[in-house]
Design a protein around this ligand. Sequence first.
Ligand code: ADP
Ligand code: MG
Length: 240
Amino acid sequence: MNEQATTERLRVLALSNVSKSYETSFGPFHALRNISLDVEGGDLLAILGKSGSGKSTLVNMMTGLDSLSSGAIWSCASGGKQVEQMDQDALARWRGLEVGVVFQFFQLLPTLTVAENAILPMEFCNCFPRKEQRDRAMANLSNLGIAEQADKLPHDLSGGQQQRAAIARALANDPAVLVADEPTGNLDSETSAEVMELFTDLCKAGKAVVMVTHERDLSKYFNKSILLADGEIAARTGGV
Ligand code: ADP
Ligand code: MG
């Protein structure tokens, strides 16, 4: 195998001319226009931009949480699927298996323990034997440094611990990419740095992490970025 082939990165998501308009009482509002970009394994890609520039809209397209108006998103990790052509059931399964989603406010289920939250996507996708699920969840929680919190309810954890639990849930089925909308937006700077170190380790292990932030001091962690302005890519760094 030549040098190029060994260093070639795996493309996990590909966006081609993605646009999104919202219907409003004043007519259509163009929140995203013609966004094209590739996400590759190992990328720690920041989506930057002012409030209202379209960051959350873009993340919601990438995770299939909202539908595109035009364009295409390809999920490449398992042979190439077009996200906007999946029905709701297929989308939910794809999201559980191939894309881990992390939210600003964690969104753990409050009546389930941390371990049960971390098992949930495995139960939903049913791709690991039931007797292995808890061990897999515990391994994830341990890697994230919160194994001893496994049997507590989310509200007994600090914000940073809850976000780690949410990351463990997102990693449940070992997806190729994590997509996170302001995952450090509700954390203090020390805890944010810890979460960024975790993301850095995941990227070194070959995963892609796409995250929205407007915290400038996190820029040292990213190897690629796009800057959104009025729904368009105004700048790119790192060859994205
Ligand atoms: P950001 O995450 O960068 O702050 P958003 O993606 O949330 O921006 O929003 C981009 C633009 O789209 C904003 O002007 C926002 O008001 C508008 N927008 C977002 N969601 C809707 C919606 N459901 N209906 C109408 N307009 C929306
Ligand atoms: Mg937003």
